[in-house]
Design a protein around this ligand. Structure first.
Ligand SMILES: [Zn+2]
Length: 254
């Protein structure tokens, strides 16, 4: 076989790869994502990471599908590390009850979360469940908190009733936009992040002082540990809105 034929074959192969890469670009990109999983006690999270942003993203409520889609799209574009809960419902099973995974990031929050669907516990069992959550929480937070001053971005959706108005009493600063729906908003815990985020078109609140009663939300745990935290909240189904808000956060807080 003449050597120039081999060269032509190789050239055709390279061109074919290039065309395939172009046609199925998103799938090729998906294959770059690295996956593994981590646990907070029996609650499992898929970890998806891609080279790029130093920021971490977290999806805590399994029924908020728009938020999960937004995270996946965001990761493709900017990279980063995402922690995605393995659940299809808001509450997850824990021991013989169900708990809201965004109410167990403090001991008092966990106490209420554990009693919500199971008011009665046999002697000693509630304390041991709380102790278990306390000890596992430390490791979990250590993993999900970003290094080198990155931002932890929680992504949520709301159905009805909940809006920025519910957060105003716990906020030290509020920036409201007439053009925006009050159910689409950004919550942050760092004053200099608030400064950058409130320049944009979105509703933003700053919560940099812990409340009297810590309800166990991840935002307070991040604040207490000096981690920059941002929550991007939109109405369920408003995917392009949530994607744009995430882009805005990523680019404003570089
Ligand atoms: Zn949520």
């Amino acid at each position: 076989m003449p050597s120039n034929f081999k060269y032509k074959q190789l050239k055709d192969y390279v061109i074919l790869c290039f065309v395939l890469n172009f046609l199925v670009g998103s799938d090729v990109e998906k294959s770059i994502l690295k996956k593994k999983s981590i646990n907070f006690t029996t609650i499992e999270f898929e970890v998806v990471s891609k080279e790029g942003s130093r920021n971490h993203l977290i999806w805590l409520h399994g029924d908020e599908n728009t938020a999960k889609l937004s995270i996946n799209k965001h990761l493709q574009k900017y990279g980063g590390t995402a922690y995605l809960i393995k659940s299809e419902s808001r509450e997850v099973e824990y021991k013989d009850t169900r708990i809201d995974p965004n109410r167990i990031f403090s001991r008092p929050g966990s106490f209420h979360a554990l009693k919500k669907f199971k008011p009665e516990w046999s002697p000693g069992t509630l304390k041991s469940a709380l102790d278990e959550l306390d000890s596992e929480r430390k490791d979990f937070l250590k993993t999900i908190f970003p290094d080198s001053n990155g931002v932890l971005i929680a992504v949520h959706n709301n159905f009805r009733g909940y809006s920025i108005k519910s957060e105003i009493e716990n906020s030290t600063k509020v920036s409201l936009s007439q053009k925006e729906n009050p159910r689409d908003f950004i919550l942050c815990t760092d004053p200099s992040d608030f400064k950058k985020l409130s320049i944009g078109r979105y509703n933003v609140v700053l919560q940099n002082e812990p409340p009297e009663k810590d309800n166990g939300s991840l935002s307070w745990a991040a604040l207490k540990n000096g981690v920059r935290y941002v929550n991007v909240e939109t109405r369920l189904g408003w995917l392009s809105k949530q994607k744009k808000m995430l882009e805005f956060v990523e680019e404003s807080l570089e």
